[in-house]
Ligand binder design. Structure first.
Ligand code: NAD
Ligand code: DAU
Length: 333
């Protein structure tokens, strides 16, 4: 698969995937289609080899543009989405447009030109687990999304499944847990806390902070997605996770320790409406069927590298910071 169309490639995970593919597959050429919403940033794609990389600014809901780009590609990897739960609680409409209509537009084009399609999704489609539940999410866990964001991601997965069954679309789906690493927007939990500390404010924990997320380094997400694109079975879903369950309060304390602060120097703020308690991925299928293993198994070390990245890249995050905090202030967080 030489020509790869990557949607949402100017966002956090998409841009990390673009760099990963160009490094790992010297024969590949990548085109990124991205609308450059508040979450997209061309700086995330700086320095890529011109002869193997091109960027198109545009909307995945624009059927004519999408058809033109899909027609000349071998593989579509679809990352583009409205991705933040808190935003979906303030204004759900853009989530329906990007996540539902955008996905519909892409799979219609992939169907028309008979192209291989990989759909990036999230573990949030399965809803949440109790803290003491011994179970983790598997590929057969029923869908039970909680938020406007996760319900639109669930809807997009169901569209892909229907296109596989009804039209024979050559698609795979992956549902990944919480990513961390460089280039993540400062609205998200880990970068928000790091940059709050760098701006001499205290980290903000929603509610009790007992909620659990299953952290994976974004490069491990990339290696899993590339493997699924190349060796995954058509029509199959793969869950991506790296056994990284941590509660939010312990993550905040770890960040404070890494940054040389008192580990209790944080604030509790309003809880998120409908806040999911726990996500946990059972990655057995991906590990046993495709032989995938994560590289970043030491969360504290990965977090330390991430803190360093934000320390060294103030120019990258500073322009987003004030507007992000203003939005949080309006929402009471
Ligand atoms: P992000 O918000 O950082 O980036 C999203 C990108 O999509 C941005 O560059 C934005 O400009 C682009 N985009 C949005 N709407 C668009 C449209 N209509 N047309 C074209 N481009 C558009 O998101 P992220 O955190 O990198 O997430 C990427 C994907 O991975 C999403 O599908 C998300 O649901 C999924 N995912 C994220 C996580 C996580 O922890 N962040 C975990 C699992 C799955
Ligand atoms: O599980 C995968 C999902 O992970 C992805 O599908 C989403 O795109 C991604 O945003 C992420 O969703 P979460 O809602 O889990 O991530 P977020 O970074 O917003 O929050 C992580 C946890 O931290 C959650 O329990 C809420 C809490 N939180 C968040 C912020 C921003 C805080 O306690 N304080 C904060 O300031």
């Amino acid at each position: 698969m030489k020509e790869i169309l990557i949607t949402g490639g100017a966002g956090f995970i998409g841009s990390n995937f673009v760099r990963y593919v160009l490094t790992q597959r010297p024969e590949a050429r990548v085109t990124v289609l991205d609308k450059l919403t508040y979450a997209g940033n061309l700086a995330n794609l700086a320095g890529l080899p011109e002869e193997r990389f091109s960027f198109v600014k545009g909307d995945i809901c624009d059927a004519a543009l999408v058809e033109k780009l899909v027609k000349k590609t071998d593989l579509v990897v679809h990352f583009a989405a409205e991705s933040h739960n808190d935003n979906s609680l303030l204004d759900p409409r853009p989530f329906l447009d990007a996540n539902i209509i955008g996905t519909f537009t892409l799979i219609e084009a992939a169907r028309k030109f008979n192209k291989r399609y990989h759909h990036i999704s999230t573990d949030e489609v399965y809803g949440d687990l109790e803290l003491d539940d011994p179970a983790r999410f598997t590929e057969t866990t029923p869908y039970q999304p909680s938020s406007p964001y996760s319900s639109t991601k669930a809807g997009s997965d169901l569209l892909v499944r229907a296109w596989v069954r009804s039209f024979g679309l050559a698609a795979t789906i992956s549902n990944c847990s919480n990513n961390y690493g460089p280039y993540q927007h400062v609205e998200k939990f880990i970068p928000r806390q790091i940059t709050e500390i760098l701006e001499d404010r205290r980290p903000r924990l929603y509610g009790s902070g007992q909620q659990v997320r299953d952290w994976i380094h974004t490069e491990d997400h990339s290696s899993a997605v590339l493997l699924i694109c190349e060796q995954g079975e058509i029509g199959e879903t793969y869950l991506i996770g790296a056994d990284g369950e941590r509660n939010n309060i312990s993550v905040v304390r770890e960040i404070l320790r890494i940054m040389g602060r008192d580990e209790n120097d944080f604030e509790h703020v309003n809880d998120r409406a409908g806040h999911d308690m726990r996500y946990a991925i059972d990655p057995t299928k991906l590990r046993t069927k495709l032989g995938w293993t994560p590289k970043y198994t030491d969360f504290a070390a990965g977090l330390k590298d991430t803190v360093e990245w934000y320390k060294e890249n103030r120019d990258w995050w500073q322009p987003q910071k004030a507007a992000t905090e203003a939005k949080y202030k309006k929402g009471g967080f």
